[in-house]
Design a protein around this ligand. Structure first.
Ligand code: BGC
Length: 393
């Protein structure tokens, strides 16, 4: 017996990407600087060359039934030198957004997805007292030029991830290890930056929605009291510390879901190519937890690195099933954007991990649609997930 799980009318289906990971040939960022100098992060070269091939990529997205797509703007392209804004770079993004609109694909735009202009990095980057002011000035410039053509804006992608990798794990710029107090200081600075950008954008009255893209984890525990307490503190710090600072300045929340953590759990899960557990059900709990903020939510990223494309289709179905469950339980979820449309630069791991619905041949730049992309296509085109009544997702 089959069940047909229907999604709300107008639900957004699509994929996400980020400028530094897909555009190629960006050399004036903190990442590019460290790749050249300390060599402690990999170099991003022409990569998928999405900068020149966005038309081809969006045509494929359209053919896959997508009606939404998330991109980010590269701050280093827009403001290559302090206070100097590059109008040609803005024109490029104007063309990109136009191309999406022409295909009836709704753009979701993130202003800052991990990479900083090199001049700002040299001035202290996320630690700089002036970071919020610089970010708001950049946001204001972008909103002046692109504000009319997009109604879904996000300020910062994954504040906790960028701060913890930069200041605890120390494997991302600024490559500082084991500095928890600095991480907290940086999170406070990023919250100020978000609020400052939110205010300048809203003041222009052009834009209907400004969100944060948050990296929440489904955190739970077994009955051991130590584990219960650990889960409580970890959940508060990772999922809610940042959100509570900015709650009066968000119109929606983008959820990026990749992880679950159950304290005291010894279950062995199937792993993706990243070595991450496959546990799609976690997205349900992460979504339900966001209900307390009383704003609409969209899944701004959730996906899997799976080079051989053996698990991706089931994983997508699992995620979609659990998103539907969350909607049935009253969470106002507006869309699901798979991470990612194409294979791309996976930060500290370079080009080695393959998240794409579309495979990239990095030599020839040839695009090949993976089979699993058709699973999402069917769901998107029918706005429905078909499941067998006894199917375990
Ligand atoms: C980030 C992406 C990244 C993905 C997979 C998210 O944390 O926003 O840039 O590629 O996870 O690691």
């Amino acid at each position: 017996m089959k069940k047909h799980l229907q999604f709300p009318k107008g639900f957004y289906w699509g994929a996400a990407s980020a400028s530094y990971q897909v555009e190629g040939n960006i050399y004036n960022t903190d990442w590019a600087y460290e790749a050249r100098t300390s060599k402690r992060v990999p170099e991003a070269d022409s990569g998928p060359d999405h900068f020149n091939r966005y038309e081809e990529d969006f045509t494929i997205a359209k053919s896959l039934g997508h009606n939404a797509h998330r991109i980010s703007i590269e701050w280093a392209r827009i403001e290559p030198h302090k206070g100097e804004f590059n109008i040609e770079a803005v024109r490029h993004y104007e063309r990109v957004i136009k191309s999406l609109h022409k295909k009836n694909i709704e753009p979701f735009i993130t202003l800052w997805h991990f990479t900083l202009p090199q001049w700002l990095y040299e001035e202290g980057g996320m630690e700089s007292k002036r970071f919020p002011e610089y970010f708001a000035r950049y946001a204001s410039f972008v909103a002046d030029h692109l504000g009319d053509s997009c109604s879904h804006w996000s300020t910062i992608n994954e504040p906790n991830v960028v701060a913890s990798n930069g200041f605890i794990r120390g494997n991302w710029p600024p490559l500082k290890k084991g500095r928890p107090f600095l991480m907290i200081k940086v999170l406070n600075n990023l919250a100020k930056a978000h609020i400052a950008a939110y205010k300048v954008i809203k003041k222009k009255d052009l834009i209907s929605e400004v969100s944060i893209v948050k990296d929440n984890i489904y955190i739970s525990s077994n009955n051991n009291p130590v584990n219960i307490i650990s889960a409580f503190f970890f959940r508060y710090f990772w999922n809610h510390f940042f959100l509570r600072k900015i709650i009066n300045h968000i119109d929606s929340i983008g959820l990026n879901y990749y992880f679950h953590k159950k304290f005291g759990d010894t279950t062995v899960y199937k792993k993706s190519d990243m070595g991450w557990d496959m546990f799609p059900e976690g997205i349900y709990h992460a979504l339900v937890e966001l209900k307390q903020y009383n704003v609409p939510v969209f899944v701004s990223e959730a996906g899997i690195a799976d080079e051989l494309d053996v698990y991706r289709s089931d994983y997508i179905r699992g995620l979609v099933y659990w998103i539907h469950q969350a909607i049935s339980d009253g969470v106002d979820v507006r869309g699901y954007l798979y991470w990612s449309l194409t294979d791309n630069f996976e930060w500290a791991l370079g080009y080695t991990k393959r998240f794409g619905l579309i495979e990239i041949n990095y030599e020839t730049k040839e695009r090949t649609v993976r089979d699993s992309a058709y699973t999402l296509k069917k769901i998107a085109e029918t706005n429905t997930l078909e499941v067998l009544t006894n199917e375990a997702l």
